[in-house]
Design a protein around this ligand. Structure first.
Ligand code: 5GP
Ligand code: MN
Length: 325
């Protein structure tokens, strides 16, 4: 049996399904979480929608977003755990850990090449978004796409592909989007709401990052100290894909944004231009991602992490993949 059949069998047997998206969720994590949850409810499953961190303010337009919680409701005893968009179990956060150890089956639905296949069943495919992996699963379960489900899934596709512009977009991605639009999702609305908008605070964080750019040997990076964020009242505001902007610089072969977090943690967002890759470096540092977009969180002071990782990035740039994507 292929993993799609296995996934269908697991969901078919389950009645109360806990669905977890990764911490620090993006459009794909939330869109997949809500899309799958709402879809399963249409066929009578009970679901608990879980994420360690709250739904970002700008994604609260998505149907069902007020139903995401950081703890399992007391009266909910799941008989299946579905994880979404997460290549390892750490990234699922604290809410998932007791469930992972609770003896119930785990269906791991993901699209990262770095996925470590931690599920009982692993529906892991090299697609542009987790939402795109869910579509054949819903088809195989014979669950019709409602407008709400389609809207959530389209937010995932549009977010992870930055509006169909990333190197991993295929004809299948576009076909999936056509189906979601045919099911009632409004592409312009979803793109505006889920991708194009940002907050002024996020722009201030960009300003901090952009004012401290460094370029050496094809590596473009910036570091955002916690103290400068504190001074401006920006603690907890993400850098919102600043790395995607940096890799647009023609001088850069790889780009990185280092964000100092409370508790001696540094979050790193990597980007590569086609012909280079950052997934293997992110994986070796305990994170994960895709060849051209990856990330990890490291312990240590900002200065020492930047120095160490920039050295590794320079070594990475010295070894182009020879591929155009
Ligand atoms: P971004 O830089 O846009 O936050 O993330 C780029 C890609 O790397 C996304 O696919 C994201 O899921 C993945 N990623 C970012 N940070 C981490 C991390 O700490 N662990 C893992 N496993 N993946 C990460
Ligand atoms: Mn994703």
């Amino acid at each position: 049996m292929g993993s799609l059949d296995d996934a269908v069998a697991l969901i078919g047997q389950a009645r109360r399904i806990a669905i977890v998206a990764h911490s620090s969720p993006d459009q794909d994590a939330i869109g997949s979480l809500l899309g799958l949850g709402l879809a399963l409810e249409t066929v009578g499953k009970r679901v608990a929608l879980l994420c360690d961190d709250p739904v970002p303010r700008l994604l609260r337009f998505l149907p069902g977003s007020d139903r995401v919680h950081s703890a399992l409701p007391a009266d909910f005893t799941p008989d299946l755990l579905v994880s979404l968009d997460s290549s390892d179990t750490d990234r699922l956060g604290r809410v998932a850990q007791p469930l992972l150890e609770g003896g119930i089956p785990v269906l791991n639905v993901d699209h990262h090449v770095t996925n470590v296949n931690y599920g009982t069943v692993n529906l892991v495919e090299d697609r542009a978004s987790a939402a795109e992996v869910l579509l054949p699963l819903l088809d195989a379960l014979a669950i019709p796409l409602t407008r709400d489900v389609a809207t959530c899934l389209l937010a995932g596709v549009v977010g992870d592909t930055r509006s169909f512009s990333t190197a991993n977009v295929t004809a299948d991605t576009l076909t999936a989007a056509v189906r979601l639009v045919e099911a009632g999702a409004d592409l312009a609305y979803v793109t505006e709401m889920a991708l194009n908008r940002c907050t002024v605070n996020a722009l201030h964080v960009w300003g901090l990052g952009l004012s401290a750019l460094q370029l050496e040997d094809g590596v473009l990076w910036t570091a955002i100290p916690l103290e400068s964020r504190r001074r401006m009242g920006l603690v907890g505001v993400g850098s919102n894909k600043l790395s995607s902007m940096l890799i647009g610089a023609v001088e850069a072969n790889v780009a990185a944004v280092f964000e100092e977090q409370p508790g001696d943690q540094v979050e790193i967002s990597f980007r590569a231009r086609p012909g280079y890759e950052v997934a293997s470096l992110a994986l070796s540092l305990g994170g994960g991602g895709h060849p051209l977009a990856a990330g990890c969180t490291l312990e240590g002071s900002l200065d020492e992490v930047v120095q160490r990782v920039v050295g590794l990035l320079k070594a990475q740039v010295a070894q182009p993949t020879g591929e155009e994507g």
